[in-house]
Design a binder for this molecule. Sequence first.
Ligand code: ADP
Ligand code: MG
Length: 632
Amino acid sequence: MALPELDTAQATAPAPARAVRPTRTRATALPEVRWAALAALAFLAAFPLDLAGAPGWAWGPLYAVCYAAGGWEPAVAGLQALRERSLDVDLLMVVAAIGAAAIGQYLDGGLLIVIFAVSGALEALATRRTADSVRGLLDLAPATAVRLTAAGEETVEATALVPGDTVLVRPGERLPADGTVLNGTSDIDRASITGEPLPAPAVPGDEVFAGTLNGSGALRVRVDKDPGDFVVARIVALVEEASATKAPTQLFVEKIEQRYSVGVVVATLALFGLPVAFGADLTEALLRAMTFMIVASPCAVVLATMPPLLSAIATAGRHGVLVKSAVVMERLGAIDRVALDKTGTLTEGAPRVTAVRGDATALALAAAAELPSEHPLARAVVAEARARGLRVPEATDFAAEPGQGVRAVVDGHDVRVRRASGTHGDTAVEVVVDGAPAAVLELSDRLREGAAEAVAALGRLTGTAPTLLTGDNAGAAARIAAEAGIDDVRAGLLPHDKAEAVREWERAGAKVLLVGDGVNDAPALAAAHTGVAMGRAGSDLALETADVVVVRDELGAIPAVVALSRRARRLVVQNLVIAGVCIGALVVWDLVGHLPLPLGVAGHEGSTVLVGLNGLRLLREAAWRRAEKAVA
Ligand code: ADP
Ligand code: MG
């Protein structure tokens, strides 16, 4: 069960990030937009002819085109929904338009159809922009794999793998392709395939599957199937998750919408039937009932929630922040406390060995044991051994203990590299060979650019000073905390200690935003109200567990995206108020006074489009700049 010997290896650095150039679908490429445009054009052609008193054959067909172009899609969808015993507003609007036409109010029905189609197009646009930005981010951070070749290891895009390749899968990494374990032992979380979150053991000869997450061992895997389809499927799944998951407010609105729509239909029938039964004028009763149905329909309410949240996701995406769903975008703005991990999060995650105390040959053994590890410290140890020209021997029986260190058998010795006990001014790890301490390696990492500003901004946003949660020793933690401007420091934490700290705050009523990168941060990321992972430094496990991924590791984007989420939440509330007030006022006017049908249609549709456009404001570039300014 030997892991590959890589003493001559020249590890290739991951491909440099490409410029952000998210593909932007043209609005006119969306069928919803084209149908809405056709409906609007037909309406604009018909309406002056109609008003000028031209004969019916001149404007009639134009209205027909308008009704058909704008109405067929919601009619089909509405009928389908009806077959599943649910009533949606779309259908009410189509019925209202046809009803209006039936009593000769072609213009009102047409206006209804046009504005209805336009608001549908606005929502489709927000959804599409979201998908574009998520796809752009995934292009920016392609899934990579470590391919083993005769010359050593190289980092390649997962799509470049072919059957027969051998890949090294480090702890917490996602399997890049279907394959067979050649050597190493680990446990694999198959939740992404079976939905069963129980890790299953993986030993040589076992079949493993693309997309599953490796546990704390390292595996050498032979690729059996071309990963191309899988990678594409994953991207599609992520994009869908981002744009199709509905925010809690939206789900609530939709639940209410059902009963409300039924109520509107019942009230409409009563409003028509009762007066007629008591001898009122038929046309007048019909007009009043129809006006009621139109103005009482919750179109604007339905359009209040998703466009602002989807627009905010798209805008965040263009600035390197992947917010995984509308649910997350809505929750994000509620956070009131922040905790950050140290190594790889506040620091660059590219430490260097600054001193080797004790037996210098232990460095080679340590490097051998660290080679299969994904940890930033491990990379530093391997780099130092190579820089000193040491031969890094072959390791077997590798195992990692997240937050503590690694263990492996090297040249027949039991080698452990682990957190050094005692206080140190810097990060220190101890190399223990066959149970005896052999050396202490000191490592130093630099604070990320902009870390102090981001910490200060997060403190101002939440009104609570951020906390540093780290597995490193108190000395190293204090040094980085001082540089980053953090007073509240908790050091020496194991992964479950970090999660427990988060849970404790949550129990006390706080909504915690946790920022982390490592396998050791995953439990805390899962426990937090919102988990944020660093995209470049982060392990696949952290990326998978987090709700938000900062693709280019810019800490400064975190306070900005929180501010953007808060603005989106405010817009949702604003929209709901606009929608509610308009519906209320128009309904009262219709019931108590006399609301002319055209005015009812204009008021109702006007408020719907206003609400839709209000949400799309967050698509603009200025929305991000404003969010940045809000936290500066
Ligand atoms: P942080 O919380 O700062 O990101 P970790 O929890 O990943 O750090 O690690 C905590 C400590 O455990 C490290 O400072 C180091 O002493 C030790 N450690 C963890 N992983 C390794 C490893 N692969 N090699 C050596 N030491 C490690
Ligand atoms: Mg870390």
